[in-house]
Ligand binder design. Structure first.
Ligand code: OSB
Ligand code: MG
Length: 370
């Protein structure tokens, strides 16, 4: 496929409600939408950066720089037979996983469309629907959290993840469990604790949690292995895992028994599938995380989450859980059984709402071979 043009759009979309985590509060999501035009086909991807280097070191500015100065010039004008040969053009770029993943997503969408395949089939997916849950931010009070959880359960979500932070931790779990003793429940700390918090963390063992996500430092594996020995609740790593090598280290050290996969965090679908396959080979379940994507990223994520070892419910909720109006058509909606349907049309399987995309665009660049 000849890469005729690449377009980048920095977008700003207002969340339906502020999303607070131990990292801070977000009112908007600001991402970069990538469009790859090739021989009459457009492939779409999403760079899931945030404005600040908090969850990851990448920011909107670093991603724009890496994309426009290195990755995009390595592709435009080239005739590339397959996804692997396209990725090889910028494999020399170290790190900058979100920037790379957004471009891989757009390329994969274009290659899948050129073969008339859904992205799910193109990536090796086997499911027709994906079990999903919802990630619930910190709320003003435990009572308000219980109310918000109740609303999501009413919407049909079968698994609830709550964000925790120092001083807003075990009390939140107690409050939710009191009202909902039997739901699938898990917590995510986004690296807010240290081993000094071990006595508090041990208390989670009394509340039948599916897992505790990333309690300790974002770049740590060893201390998680120390903590894991002390807890009955399974540990899951998010921020600490950037590639399949980290995955092997974490599993060998028994730092976790579950892995959260986000293509943006690990540099794309190809690395995600390596992690998925390795985990399957050693009986470690994985689940698909989320970065509050628009429908562009969500479509790709759902396709990836249709691979067989994504067994725990994903952080891939309906469009309306995040945005008043999504930038794809149709928007993503929950099935009555609490799953998300895997689109069967070519590529990500949803159309881009060009008018809505234009409305949320704050910066645009179009790149062709000079
Ligand atoms: O830690 O999983 C996380 C969103 C932004 C950054 C980090 C995380 C999250 C979420 C949201 O939990 C998951 C979603 O997209 O619903
Ligand atoms: Mg997380």
């Amino acid at each position: 496929m000849k890469i005729d043009r690449i377009e980048l759009r920095q977008t700003k979309m207002e969340l339906v409600s502020p999303f607070e985590t131990s990292l801070g509060v977000e009112n908007y999501e600001e991402h970069i939408i990538v469009r790859v035009d090739s021989e009459g086909i457009s492939g779409w991807g999403e760079v899931v950066v945030e404005p600040t280097p908090s969850y990851s070191y990448e920011t909107l500015t670093t991603a724009w720089h890496i994309l426009t100065d290195f990755i995009v010039p390595s592709l435009v004008g080239k005739d590339l037979p397959d996804l692997a040969s396209a990725l090889a053009q910028f494999a020399w770029v170290r790190g900058h996983f979100m920037a790379r993943a957004g471009v891989e997503a757009a390329l994969a969408d274009a290659f899948a469309k050129s073969k008339g395949l859904s992205l799910s089939k193109f990536l090796g997916g086997t499911r027709t629907e994906v079990p999903v849950g919802v990630s619930v931010g910190l709320q003003a009070t435990p009572a308000r959290l219980v109310e918000v959880v109740g609303e999501y359960l009413k919407d049909g979500y079968k698994r609830i993840k709550i964000k925790i932070a120092p001083g807003r931790d075990i009390e939140l779990v107690k409050a939710v469990r009191k009202e909902y003793p039997d739901i699938l429940l898990q917590v995510d700390a986004n690296s807010a604790f240290t081993l000094a918090d071990i006595d508090m963390l041990k208390q989670f063992d009394d509340y039948n949690l599916q897992l505790i996500e990333q309690p300790l430092a974002y770049d740590d594996i060893y201390e998680h292995s120390v903590l894991a020995k002390e807890l009955k609740t399974p540990l899951c790593l998010d921020e600490s895992i950037s590639n399949v090598s980290d995955t092997k280290a974490a599993i060998a050290l028994k730092a976790c028994t579950i892995i959260n996969i986000k293509p943006g965090r690990v540099g794309g679908y190809t690395e995600s599938i390596k992690i998925h396959d390795f985990c399957a080979s050693v009986n470690i379940p994985v689940w698909h995380g989320g970065m509050d994507e628009s429908g562009v990223g969500r479509g790709g994520n759902i396709a990836l989450a249709s691979l067989p070892n994504f067994v725990l419910p994903a952080d891939l909720s309906a469009s309306k859980r995040y945005y008043k109006k999504d930038i794809v058509e149709p928007e993503f909606e929950l099935n009555p059984n609490g799953t998300m349907p895997v689109p069967t049309g070519p590529g990500i399987g949803v159309a881009i709402d060009k008018q809505e995309l234009e409305k949320v665009t704050v910066r645009k660049g179009s790149f062709k071979k000079a």
